[in-house]
Design a protein around this ligand. Structure first.
Ligand SMILES: Nc1ncnc2c1ncn2[C@@H]1O[C@H](COP(=O)(O)OP(=O)(O)OP(=O)(O)O)[C@@H](O)[C@H]1O
Length: 475
């Protein structure tokens, strides 16, 4: 089903400045008024007195006519504010309306789903085209919505969708298309939520295309174990099992390892793999423990909560007097506040909490104890096996590359490429940077990797040398 948007014409451009136009009009009225005699003024006043009643009469007549036209010529469906379909329709409208238009018409062609318009017209002999009228009733704004701090302003008002004719089928198809649209969005994208700038509500911050787990390279066995653990946790049977045994239904993961080894990428990939939204909690910007608690209470049950670089926040529990760490002021909420929202008595259940860190040894043991962190996943520098997989992924024929050699030769190239990369010395992000420069030719990548690795290792040892010198100077 394809939809087209028709928008009104562009507004005409003003010839004069609005101020000077207003002034001229006012002067003109004043001059004319001063030339009237007393009877003419009397008639004008009488007309002015009648105007409100005339206006009321016209409005009433319009309302009656409109409801009669609606009744006779329009088929309508009303969707209450709290219904999930309401949100789907509003999301479709937001995604398809032209920018800067206050009104537009959505047109749908029935029976052409997923095809380009020309192909669709060929296939459907008599395309049915519908214009829909979508009206929202602002006084029906659900109180539950307006009281909900997590409400992001999408949907919530009663919608009436109408089309010409006596059958509501086209409207139903339009609503179904809107629902399919939102389902597709969740299928292909991960919605990332962050707190708004006032810290009052969660708002969608970005819509990222799903990243497949195959594109995050690390120990394959560990990856399988992690996936199995999450799958098991999200299984409704597990929830029942936990609840019947009075165990808190929560799961926490710690992804640790050097910078650029895929901790954030893995979190995003997990959200995509399990069709979950991702809620980013930035501890340094949370003002108080009460705010942190409110934030966690507003997060829905099935989602991924991501606390990145948790080591940069606290190193121990005594944080009540706002000390300074590495020249940076420490956050206002305390570690006890965080521990409390993670698994305190009133904490919510059913989410996946992922914390990431470069320095696991710096974390307070209370934060990493089972119940708060149930599985630790190490993401390190790239292994030879992973670099081979990365090579094959980068030059995959599925991405549209056309090479004059077959897959066996590609595999040989990948093996030769990987053999030049020492195990556990180069970060995956650095290797990705190398590929970005040689995406046109796998042969170039193989012939140049040896020299590049040498340079990278030399840079690394220079950096380590600098760190030692700096530390010695500091002592
Ligand atoms: N294991 C990996 N597999 C594939 N790509 C990776 C991997 N690690 C990093 N990358 C790539 O490197 C870039 C940075 O990765 P990411 O931000 O996930 O790393 P990180 O470990 O979270 O880094 P930091 O600790 O600095 O936040 C991304 O573009 C990602 O595609």
């Amino acid at each position: 089903m394809a939809f087209y948007i028709h928008a009104g014409g562009a507004a005409s451009r003003p010839l004069l400045e609005p101020c000077s136009q207003g002034y001229l009009l006012f002067k003109d009225v004043l001059t004319r008024f001063s030339k009237l005699d007393i009877t003419q003024i009397g008639s004008l006043v009488a007309i002015a007195g009648v105007l409100p009643s005339a206006w009321r009469f016209l409005r009433h007549a319009w309302d009656e006519t409109y409801s009669w036209v609606r009744h006779c010529f329009l088929a309508s469906v009303t969707i209450p504010g709290g219904d999930p379909l309401n949100r789907s329709v509003v999301e479709w409208i937001l995604a398809n309306r032209p920018r800067n238009y206050r009104s537009f018409t959505g047109l749908t062609e029935v029976g052409n789903s997923g095809m380009d318009r020309a192909a669709a017209l060929k296939k459907t002999r008599h395309p049915i085209r519908n214009a829909f009228l979508v009206e929202r009733s602002s006084d029906s704004h659900s109180i539950a919505m307006s009281n909900n701090p997590g409400y992001d302003g999408i949907g919530g008002e009663e919608l009436t969708i109408s089309c010409f004719g006596w059958s509501v089928e086209p409207v139903k198809r339009f609503i179904k298309a809107c629902r399919d649209y939102t389902e597709t969005q969740t299928q292909f994208f991960v919605i990332i939520y962050s707190r708004d700038r006032y810290g009052l509500a969660w708002q969608p911050k970005a819509r990222k295309p799903i990243r497949h787990l195959d594109t995050v390279h690390f120990d394959n066995q560990l990856k399988q174990d992690l996936l199995a653990d999450i799958r098991n946790y999200l299984d409704p049977k597990t929830q029942k099992r936990y609840q019947t045994r009075s165990m808190p239904y929560r799961r926490g993961y710690l992804f640790y390892g050097p910078p650029g080894t895929g901790k954030s990428s893995l979190s995003l990939a997990i959200a995509g793999e399990f069709g979950l939204d991702l809620y980013e909690v930035k501890i340094p910007s949370v003002a108080t423990d009460a705010d942190l608690e409110q934030m966690f209470q507003d997060i829905p049950p099935r989602c991924v909560v991501l606390l990145e670089d948790i080591d940069a926040v606290w190193v121990d529990r005594s944080n009540s007097s706002k000390p300074v760490q590495d020249g940076q002021p420490m956050p206002n909420c305390t570690l006890s506040g965080l521990l409390n929202v993670l698994d305190g008595v009133g904490s919510q259940e059913g989410r996946i909490v992922i914390m990431t860190t470069n320095r696991p040894e710096a974390l307070d043991s209370a934060l990493t104890r089972p119940g708060r962190i149930d599985m630790k996943v190490y993401l390190g520098n790239i292994s030879q096996k992973s670099s081979e997989e990365m090579f094959l992924r980068m030059f995959s024929p599925d991405l549209g590359f056309k090479f004059s050699f077959d897959m066996d030769e590609m595999r040989d190239l990948a093996t030769s490429f990987a053999s030049q990369i020492p195990d556990d010395k180069i970060t995956p992000s650095a290797l990705q940077g190398f590929f970005q420069q040689h995406l046109d030719s796998p042969h170039d990548a193989v012939s140049l990797i040896g020299g590049w690795v040498k340079e990278e290792l030399a840079k690394k040892s220079d950096k380590e040398f600098e760190v030692i010198i700096n530390n010695e100077n500091a002592v």
